[in-house]
Design a binder for this molecule. Structure first.
Ligand SMILES: Nc1ncnc2c1ncn2[C@@H]1O[C@H](COP(=O)(O)OP(=O)(O)OP(=O)(O)O)[C@@H](O)[C@H]1O
Ligand SMILES: [Mg+2]
Length: 439
């Protein structure tokens, strides 16, 4: 029988029950955009490892290559197209031209972005506390209070005179009990955080809070573990965190500090939060006291990604970002513009469901396509572990770390801290460099 194609079929057509008549040769390239600010180290590592992966992923009889490029800032026509399949964005929370370009591209051009800019614009700590209280998580009791001071807007006085109720801050303090935390309802980066031990301190902190709208939150005292759960798609890293240390020692290097049951619980909490809000990349801070887990801060728009704080955990972050973004780009995972909260509320309100968290987690795992993602990684990214292992031992990696250290530390400390972070990365290589954990 002849190998010649049947007349009348175009080269990319296949026989329904047979092999392709002509194997189409043209390659496809998927484009990943990096929308960056002051980031130095992780994008450099990400780009180098991506290049070394040399991907040619088979898809519908074609080979898919993946390229990354840094997104530039420039004027744009709202009707112009967008070449990227996914953008990893680090600017949304403060650089609005990029944010608005990204919003345009997701609305008009099918772009997938990590993270969803609307979710970040509209969902502050406040919304995240409310939503997770609604789902029954152990968020500490929290009050919001009107601000101490105001911009003198034209309608201000009339509005306050008509509607603002006098209140006694001391009464709220008594209801919550001391110690408590007074912190901005939309905060981040440890700005405006007050630990308050008494009514006097509460009044003082309120006096000093100025125009910011504040939360008063009951303190979780006597916790035995502070975990930062860094989630990227369905992948989670659990980090033992010590906020009392200087920045480079807060993420501790301990591993194996969670029982399987606690790990599963934290996975369920983190994925519930991230899928509920549509955050592909987020860091959830949870305090453990005995068997109880109290999430205290889990609306982190732009999670810490710097080698200077993550050090030992940094290679995990780069690998997890690569896996998730390559998966999204190659499979053209559709971007979810709007959250869908009804299924979570159905679980919350269903008296027949005893273990709510497991119910939410099932929705979350489906949202993040955990099984499909794992299968994709096994099939197409199996070499990532070895490539990353080699890379993080290279001079290129050392250079990238050094550049980041040079940007943050005084000249005379650059050598010492580069060495410190490289040693910790080396510790990671020895301990975990060859492991094949995807989730
Ligand atoms: N309810 C609480 N109970 C115990 N400690 C708390 C509580 N709220 C805040 N803290 C402490 O204050 C720190 C800062 O609070 P929070 O994380 O809410 O602020 P943030 O500005 O978002 O900080 P970051 O940017 O580091 O996440 C926490 O890391 C924790 O040590
Ligand atoms: Mg925090």
């Amino acid at each position: 029988m002849s190998d010649a194609p049947f007349v009348g079929l175009s080269p990319d057509q296949t026989l329904v029950h047979g092999a392709p008549i002509v194997a189409p040769q043209e390659d496809i390239t998927r484009h990943i955009g990096l929308s960056l600010g002051a980031d130095i180290c992780w994008p450099t590592c990400y780009e180098h490892i991506l290049e070394r992966l040399d991907l040619k992923i088979p898809l519908d009889g074609k080979k898919v290559a993946v390229e990354a490029e840094r997104v530039t800032i420039e004027p744009f026509d709202l009707r112009q197209g967008c070449k990227y399949d996914i953008v990893l964005d680090r600017l949304t929370h403060w650089y609005h031209t990029s944010r608005e370009w990204i919003k345009k591209a997701t609305v008009m051009d099918g772009l997938y972005v990590l993270n969803n800019p609307w979710a970040l614009q509209s969902m502050e700590k406040q919304t995240s506390y409310c939503a997770m209280m609604r789902l029954g998580l152990d968020v500490p009791d929290t009050w919001m209070v009107p601000p101490k001071a105001y911009e003198p807007l034209p309608d201000l006085e009339t509005t306050l005179e008509r509607y603002a109720q006098m209140f006694d801050l001391g009464d709220i303090g008594k209801q919550l009990g001391y110690p408590l935390y007074m912190k901005p309802y939309d905060g981040g980066g440890w700005v405006g955080i007050n630990r308050v031990e008494s009514e006097e301190q509460l009044r003082q902190a309120y006096e000093e809070s100025g125009k910011r709208v504040m939360h008063l939150q009951k303190s979780v005292e006597g916790f035995d573990l502070f975990v930062r759960c860094v989630g990227i798609g369905p992948q989670i890293r659990y980090v033992d965190y010590d906020p009392s240390q200087p920045l480079h020692d807060r993420y501790r290097m301990t591993t194996g500090f969670l029982s399987d049951a606690h790990r599963a619980k934290l996975r369920a909490i983190t994925l519930t939060i991230n899928s509920f809000f549509g955050w592909d990349f987020n860091s959830a801070e949870v305090l453990r006291r005995g068997d109880a887990f109290h999430p205290i801060d889990f609306a982190n728009a732009c999670p810490d990604s710097q080698v200077t704080s993550l050090h030992y955990h940094f290679p995990w972050l780069v690998k997890a970002l690569l896996r998730w973004s390559i998966f999204v780009a190659v499979t053209k995972r559709p971007f979810r513009h709007n959250p869908n909260w009804a299924p979570y509320y159905s679980v919350a309100d269903d008296e027949g469901v005893e273990d709510k968290l497991t119910g939410y987690a099932a929705i979350a795992e489906a949202h993040f396509e955990t099984e499909r993602f794992e299968a994709f990684c096994r099939e197409h990214l199996d070499h990532l572990d070895e490539v990353a292992y080699e890379f993080f031992g290279s001079d290129t990696a050392r250079d990238a770390v050094r550049q980041k250290v040079g940007a943050l530390y005084p000249e005379h400390e650059v050598d010492t801290f580069t060495e410190l972070f490289m040693n910790r990365i080396e510790q990671w290589r020895q301990a975990e460099g060859h492991q094949k954990d995807i989730l």
